[in-house]
Design a binder for this molecule. Structure first.
Ligand SMILES: Cc1ncc(COP(=O)(O)O)c(C=O)c1O
Length: 274
């Protein structure tokens, strides 16, 4: 994603090419930092309060003191970028080792340019072994910058000819994608893994749960085996940047692009434009 603008705590807007993190920041040394990825529609970050609440709880789990001030920092970066539709990424690092001085960053980037083409085409998923145990130190449900495993899973999916991965626990229970929540439909019921599996509480997932009844769907959350997803009539993934992405293949099983993904994508856009 092309970086358009950067704002840093205590400094404000800085040129995007300027270094903003020091070599001994724990985010660099250990991958210990909280982050959020927020979609910007018409210059306004969508559900910023929801993202910041999740970021604050990620910071608590990572033992980083919450400094606040992200709304203002995001505003500065967004004004500097001047982009209508964009991606806003927020980072909270612990700062230099043992300094106790966290660093807040707001980055505004251009949207990936292939999203709508992918939405039209639909995406292919493969299941990969993933671990999201409930033990707190495994940081399930925390959006930390230790995402190397998630990125490696995406790379593995691409190497196997798919567009994205879906993590499945060793007992076959479906979890989430590396950067998405997953859904499938049987009749008028939308199934999605429950949060107590240690998956991320997606902001887009919450929008789906709000919007589903008006679109004619009920929601079922639980611990479901991959076989259930493979037997569904339709499947899709959700995330802030990619929104609702229809799935046309899961582990080689083909799906038709279905009505729920289309209706919920529209509902999401309507909510964002309100
Ligand atoms: C592991 C994981 N699950 C789900 C999501 C989707 O969350 P959201 O809808 O808040 O973007 C993300 C977002 O990046 C994620 O990293």
């Amino acid at each position: 994603m092309t970086l358009l603008a950067v704002a840093v705590s205590g400094r404000g807007v800085v040129p995007p090419e300027e270094p903003v993190v020091q070599a001994d920041d724990e985010a660099v040394l250990r991958g210990r930092a909280a982050f959020e990825t927020v979609r910007v529609y018409g210059g306004t970050p969508f559900r910023l309060a929801g993202h910041l609440a999740r970021m604050q709880s990620s910071a608590e789990r990572l033992d980083i003191v919450w400094p606040g001030g992200f709304e203002a920092l995001a505003g500065q970066a967004l004004s500097a970028a001047g982009a209508e539709d964009a991606v806003l990424r927020l980072y909270l690092t612990p700062g230099r080792e043992r300094s106790g001085r966290p660093v807040s960053l707001a980055l505004v980037s251009a949207l990936p340019d292939d999203l709508e083409e992918r939405r039209k085409r639909g995406i292919k998923l493969i299941s990969l072994l993933g671990v999201r145990a409930e033990a707190p130190w495994l940081l399930g449900g925390v959006k930390s910058t230790s995402y190397a495993v998630n990125m490696a899973a995406e790379t593995e999916a691409w190497a196997r000819g798919a567009d994205d991965a879906v993590f499945v626990r060793d007992d076959g229970v479906v979890l989430e994608g590396p950067v998405t929540n997953v859904w499938w439909r049987v009749g008028c019921t939308l199934y999605t893994p429950s949060l107590d599996l240690g998956i991320l509480a997606g902001v887009t997932r919450a929008v789906m749960i709000e919007a589903a009844p008006a679109a004619g769907y009920e929601i079922a959350e639980g611990a479901y085996p991959l076989a259930d997803a493979l037997g569904a009539e339709e499947a899709f993934t959700t995330s802030s940047v990619r929104e609702v992405m229809p799935v046309v293949e899961l582990d080689g099983r083909a799906f038709e692009r279905g009505p729920a993904a289309a209706a919920l994508q529209q509902a999401l856009r309507e909510e964002a434009m309100r």
